[in-house]
Design a protein. Structure first.
Length: 613
């Protein structure tokens, strides 16, 4: 892969370890700086395929190098005093494999910064430090007792003139060191500026003497110099691709770095509700369930992510929780959150929420749910089940495997098909879920109302017992009973029913329908009458519909004196007189002789009634 001279400098100055480059400076005037540090410099050698400089320049004392085929020139500056030991190797392949190739070298020095290195007056026997012309692929280069700030010139040659790769590295890390700031402008990686209007680029380099700032012009697709900007810093106020070129007049060396600067607004974070788990005893909670709430204010949530912190101290130190999906739960613990713009790394202000334990409100369905039907099994009316719990809940109603709805309250217009209706409720904040169920029960009103009448008004009174037949869901139905227009009651036995015409009504207590008995008549007598000629209760007579045969009927005063014998055939009644004279208000007695039509028995009954004036 071919790369530029700029890339070589980056490799030399420590931005990338174990790198390769094109053949180095073939002439001393093209000399390149070398910084060892913890690195090695690997580069293609100069050979007959890539260089026209087949031998060293004239006028220079090359020491032990009888020949100087295809030279490569370097200089290095000492940072820390001490011995410097380097290995120089040359192989066919970049990774040090393949055929070994004879490599030779020579070192001159020391020099001072600013001297003219490349003249015969400098590169002579008096300045020769080390030299090797051995027929080896690996050589050791020594610079003893190198002093800080001294400069040394190195030339490496390719004796066999074959294509290959040269590797140069310092091997005594405990000795002296070379100065990696010979030219080392580094503006950093891409710069994201968060919530600020400007950003100061600083390209200060120890040995640089000239600074040139450029900005990329999208229209011309070229970097253009920024007029008047010749210092080590530049204040950026708008997005752009910027370039800095620094030059060292000594050795005519230069370095270049480029950086992209982008300005971003500070993200706005949403408010998160407290995060709850559904039961005590759970050990872990997923903090990222709050992410959707936190990202609510941003326009493109996919460009952001939520990060979480366990404490205020962790927030200040940017020590985020590494596994927020599986965070150890602690009731009442406060969690701090920020949202981060993924591209820029810009953070929002912090938002906090609390961990807690969620308890469902009391909710249940009846063990059975009543569906009122007609006697034919058709639904009488809509049936509603469920209740609204408020915001933050999701619902699912199922009839067997069929999902019926997702509302809090479901309304049935048809009869369910299965024997169980299931409601699942999901609490969105905590992730808690409960399930309740009910059995649908079909009920109708009774089909038939039966009456059993016992007793009589000429004794302890009438008793009417009610029973029902038919209807849907009798095992679940509950009935109430009503005599005429009286109150509803759950007791089907009516005692002391007065004589006269009556009807019994039966209704299902859940509103699933009602039925009525046939009208029935009870024979008896009135307990009082008011012979005042107002048209109401003016005479006293037996109440009868022919179900008993009246033989004789007598009226007496309280002393047993016969006042009137009534004719039962024509339904004659007593008008409260005796021999045409009104009788006083008082209690009077009667005796009736009759035949029970049910049994045919002859019976006699005596009781009293009241005359009221």
């Amino acid at each position: 892969m071919k790369i530029s001279k700029k890339d070589i400098l980056f490799l030399v100055f420590g931005l990338i370890l174990g790198v390769s480059a094109l053949a180095q400076g073939a002439l001393c005037s093209d000399i390149e700086p070398f910084c060892a540090g913890d690195q090695q410099l690997t580069f293609p050698n100069s050979n007959y395929l890539n260089s026209n400089q087949t031998s060293g320049e004239p006028g220079i004392d090359y020491g032990c190098l009888e020949e100087q085929p295809f030279p490569a020139w370097f200089f290095l500056q000492v940072e820390d005093t001490g011995n410097l030991t380097f290995t120089i190797s040359q192989y066919e392949n970049e990774d040090g494999t393949g055929a070994p190739l004879d490599v030779d070298f020579i070192v001159w020095g020391p020099f001072e910064r600013g001297e003219e290195y490349c003249s015969g007056s400098q590169l002579n026997a008096g300045s020769l430090v080390d030299c090797s012309y051995l027929p080896d692929a690996v050589e050791t280069m020594e610079i003893p007792n190198a002093q800080a700030n001294e400069v040394y010139v190195v030339m490496i040659t390719n004796f066999q003139q074959l294509p290959g790769y040269i590797n140069l590295r310092q091997v005594n890390s405990d000795g002296g060191s070379t100065d990696c700031s010979i030219l080392d402008s580094d503006l950093g990686d891409e710069v994201s500026v968060c919530g600020e209007d400007s950003y100061l680029l600083d390209g200060t380099t120890d040995e640089a003497e000239i600074y040139e700032w450029y900005v990329f012009n999208d229209a011309t697709q070229e970097y253009e110099i920024i007029p008047g900007e010749d210092g080590p810093t530049y204040l950026v106020t708008e997005d752009g691709d910027y370039r800095l070129v620094v030059r060292d007049l000594v050795g005519d060396s230069s370095d270049m770095d480029e950086v992209v600067v982008r300005f971003y607004d500070v993200p706005v974070i949403g408010e998160a509700e407290n995060l709850s788990i559904c039961a005590e005893g759970l050990e872990f909670v997923d903090l990222t369930r709050t992410e959707a709430e936190l990202l609510t204010p941003v326009q493109n949530p996919v460009d952001y992510e939520a990060v979480y912190f366990e404490s205020q101290e962790d927030l200040e130190e940017d020590n985020e929780i590494t596994s927020p999906q599986n965070f150890e739960f602690e009731d009442g613990k406060v969690i701090y959150a920020r949202i981060r713009h993924i591209e820029s790394g810009c953070y929002s202000p912090a938002e906090e929420f609390e961990l807690g334990t969620f308890v469902f409100p009391e909710i249940s369905l009846p063990e059975t749910s009543i569906f009122c039907t007609t006697l034919q099994g058709d639904l009488l009316s809509t049936v509603s089940l469920g209740e609204e719990l408020g915001a933050g809940y999701a619902y699912e109603w199922r009839d067997g495997n069929t999902v019926l709805g997702t509302e809090a309250v479901i309304r049935f217009e048809d009869i369910p098909q299965s024997h169980e209706i299931v409601l699942s409720i999901f609490h969105e904040e905590s992730g808690c879920e409960i399930e309740v169920s009910t059995m649908p029960v079909l009920i109708s009103g009774p089909e038939i109302v039966n009456l059993d009448i016992s007793g009589s008004d000429f004794g302890e009174g009438y008793t009417v017992s009610v029973s029902t037949e038919g209807g849907v869901g009798r095992e679940f139905a509950q009935f109430e009973f009503r005599l005429d227009d009286g109150p509803w009651r759950d007791n089907p036995v009516f005692n002391e029913v007065p004589p006269g015409s009556h009807m019994i009504r039966v209704r299902e207590v859940n509103g699933c329908g009602e039925a009525s008995s046939e009208s029935f008549f009870l024979v008896g007598y009135p307990r009082f009458f008011t012979p005042n000629a107002d048209g109401y209760n003016d005479t006293w007579r037996l109440i009868n519909n022919g179900s008993i045969e009246i033989k004789r009927l007598f009226v007496f005063d309280r002393y047993g004196k016969l006042l009137k014998q009534l004719n039962p055939v024509n339904g004659q009644g007593w008008d409260g007189t005796y021999n045409g004279q009104p009788m006083p208000a008082d209690d009077y007695w009667f005796r009736v002789e009759f035949v029970d039509s049910k049994t045919g028995n002859h019976q006699e009954y005596m009781s009293n009634f009241t005359l009221i004036r």
